[in-house]
Design a protein around this ligand. Structure first.
Ligand SMILES: Nc1ncnc2c1ncn2[C@@H]1O[C@H](COP(=O)(O)OP(=O)(O)OP(=O)(O)O)[C@@H](O)[C@H]1O
Length: 274
């Protein structure tokens, strides 16, 4: 099967600081993968490269079989490719003064001729798709309201509706729940998991909270110092592994769901070769 995402020997430095080292990664269509790792390990940098929002120094990235970038060059058609990639930001990235509905409609811009997009001329089908997306995330009743008046959790659900309206096949979510309360975080993760399960969309989500990774993603890729440190099933996490990944400072037992708080490992960890 053709991979939804394929990364080959990706390297990236910021000045003298190397952020990503020879990264190689494959994500199959319909997978939901958590990208975890300590602060500064390179999660957001990797995600931005996948979407063609940043250029690597070397290596290549393909999404849905089309090259996003290779050897430090973005594909000339990257705007069209981004239409297939929904990107969810930690801070939602909505236009606060526009209505919720208008924000969702903006998701369709990448597929429109520029002239129609710049005049905000949306047709009846597009409006219907936007409304359906809002219904899907449980926010149809807020369609006419200014986006800035919604809570953080609601704004993040609008951002997901925008990705749905965009008809993105791959959804990249960068810390989508980092600034949300637990109940809003749960709703956002439920919606992402539902889109993955029911629509078969490929989802890659960076998460600080390991317990959410375990609950919602079968597979995790863990970065440490810009390298892949682990790539395997989340149900094989154990306190030793998490201590190694995050350092000894964290109360690791609190990061694991109750069923996984200190107990013997059932399956050996597959540690990627550094
Ligand atoms: N624009 C930039 N300029 C300089 N250095 C950067 C830039 N973006 C990232 N870095 C550096 O690259 C490394 C990886 O950063 P990145 O933001 O990808 O980590 P992260 O795992 O997403 O961290 P966090 O969980 O805190 O968001 C860090 O050392 C960071 O300081």
């Amino acid at each position: 099967m053709r991979a939804a995402i394929r990364v080959d020997r990706l390297n990236k430095s910021f000045g003298r600081k190397q952020a990503l080292f020879d990264l190689a990664l494959s994500v199959q269509p319909g997978e939901m993968v958590a990208l975890i790792g300590a602060s500064g390990s390179g999660k957001s940098t990797l995600l931005r490269h996948l979407a063609g929002l940043a250029r690597g120094d070397a290596g290549s990235i393909e999404v849905l079989g089309r090259q996003v970038q290779a050897d430090g060059r973005l594909n000339g058609d990257v705007r069209r490719q981004r239409a297939d990639i929904g990107y969810i930001f930690q801070q939602f990235n909505l236009v606060g003064r526009l209505s919720v509905m208008q924000n969702v409609l903006l998701g369709g811009l990448g597929r429109m001729p520029r002239w129609r997009g710049s005049l905000s001329l949306f047709n009846a089908d597009e409006k219907q798709r936007a409304m359906q997306a809002l219904e899907r995330v449980g926010l149809a009743e807020f369609a006419a309201q200014r986006a800035s008046t919604l809570s953080g959790g609601q704004q993040q659900r609008v951002a997901i509706a925008r990705a749905l309206c965009q008809q993105a096949e791959v959804i990249l979510a960068d810390e989508p729940i980092a600034s949300l309360d637990p109940e809003s975080a749960r709703k956002v993760m439920e919606i992402l998991a539902d889109i993955n399960r029911r629509d078969g969309k490929t989802v890659v989500v960076t998460l600080h909270q390991v317990d959410y990774a375990v609950r919602y993603c079968q597979r995790a890729v863990a970065l440490k110092g810009g390298r892949i440190h682990f790539d395997g099933p989340t149900d094989s996490f154990n306190p030793d592994f998490l201590n190694d990944l995050y350092g000894g400072d964290l109360d690791i037992s609190l990061l694991l769901p109750q069923g996984q708080r200190p107990r013997a490992v059932e399956r050996p960890l597959t540690l990627a070769k550094a």
